[in-house]
Design a protein around this ligand. Sequence first.
Ligand SMILES: NC(=O)c1ccc[n+]([C@@H]2O[C@H](COP(=O)([O-])OP(=O)(O)OC[C@H]3O[C@@H](n4cnc5c(N)ncnc54)[C@H](O)[C@@H]3O)[C@@H](O)[C@H]2O)c1
Ligand SMILES: O=C(O)C(=O)C[C@@H](O)[C@H](O)[C@H](O)COP(=O)(O)O
Ligand SMILES: [Zn+2]
Length: 363
Amino acid sequence: MSEAVTRIQVGGTAGTDPYEVLVGRRLLGELAGLIGHKAKRVAVIHPEALAETGEALRGDLAEQGYETVAIQVPNAEEAKTAEVAAYCWKALGQSGFTRTDVIVGVGGGATTDLAGFVAATWLRGVRWIAIPTTVLAMVDAAVGGKTGINTAEGKNLVGAFHPPAGVLCDLAALESLPVNDYVSGLAEVIKAGFIADPVILELIEADPQAARTPAGPHTAELIERSIRVKAEVVSSDLKESGLREILNYGHTLGHAIEKNERYKWRHGAAVAVGMHFAAELGRLAGRLDDATADRHRTILEAVGLPLHYRYDQWPKLLETMKVDKKSRGDLLRFIVLDGLAKPTVLEGPDPAVLLAAYGEVGQ
Ligand SMILES: NC(=O)c1ccc[n+]([C@@H]2O[C@H](COP(=O)([O-])OP(=O)(O)OC[C@H]3O[C@@H](n4cnc5c(N)ncnc54)[C@H](O)[C@@H]3O)[C@@H](O)[C@H]2O)c1
Ligand SMILES: O=C(O)C(=O)C[C@@H](O)[C@H](O)[C@H](O)COP(=O)(O)O
Ligand SMILES: [Zn+2]
């Protein structure tokens, strides 16, 4: 008996091509249809940790008649560099990759960000398909078309909006994911709960231990609900001219922590600390009620995400936050909550309030 597949549509408005995010199991049968008949070559970009998966995928596609190349890249953030992008461009050039050929990115968010960026830049844009294999990539990174790499100066500073042709979220992939990586992805799930869908928070709070594993009773629902939040936002504002900024909740400080840690911290862990900070900032700015602010600490802690970071690093973090993509000139801008599921922008907060909020986070 075949298991149900959920299909979530993204885009299709304001001149963007629509595509689907599929959530289920055994979804690879969908890949050839997404690649389409115009493609002669397919490049499979995968991280070291998924060498077998990448090779199996390449082999399958070769059997279906495509000329294939597997491009193995480093794990995690080490893949999101200009050097690794150049390595991928070289592999595409050497395989004679043309505008009708297709890139498949299989892996976590770092891999799909890189694969999408390579697709956006090769010949000024070729089609790509995302096969996310982490919670975080399924619910966030693979959906919405933000692609990019890091530089020494900051996170995702180079990139392009280049949506995929389709996203295949095979829940079976999560079974091999180390628990820390699984939990890191929950930060973006919890983000979706606070900015738009509080049922997500209730499902996690009902049994936070169960939420930490793919065997938990609500895994598929948590993933699907989070994808729907993201899909709705990016469908109405692909290029972040307004609404899309709410997806950056917790990221202003989170990205600064990632840079400060030379990208050795997992993104979700840094975003968890960033959401704690944003909640305290919202509370101190007189926007957020105490109960909702406190709920951040409780739920993040309950699933095992960090709340704190080094107090002595504040001056450096503040400097980095000034070049966050939401900043305008000298104006620092943060996403905060006016209440549960009521995200808004806080512009130019008083430096004393910022420091006081960090006082709750720093240790
Ligand atoms: N583009 C976007 O909209 C967007 C949204 C959120 C996050 N991101 C980016 O996503 C990245 C974080 O993604 P992530 O949390 O998925 O981490 P990741 O891609 O770094 O993956 C974590 C680790 O797990 C390994 N891995 C992946 N899938 C596996 C599996 N099924 N089994 C075993 N190992 C596996 C990876 O190789 C890596 O070592 C960050 O770079 C972040 O900036 C982008
Ligand atoms: O899709 C978005 O928009 C987001 O902000 C989602 C974030 O979770 C994600 O980490 C994104 O990569 C951050 O984008 P950036 O533009 O702040 O680099
Ligand atoms: Zn994120």
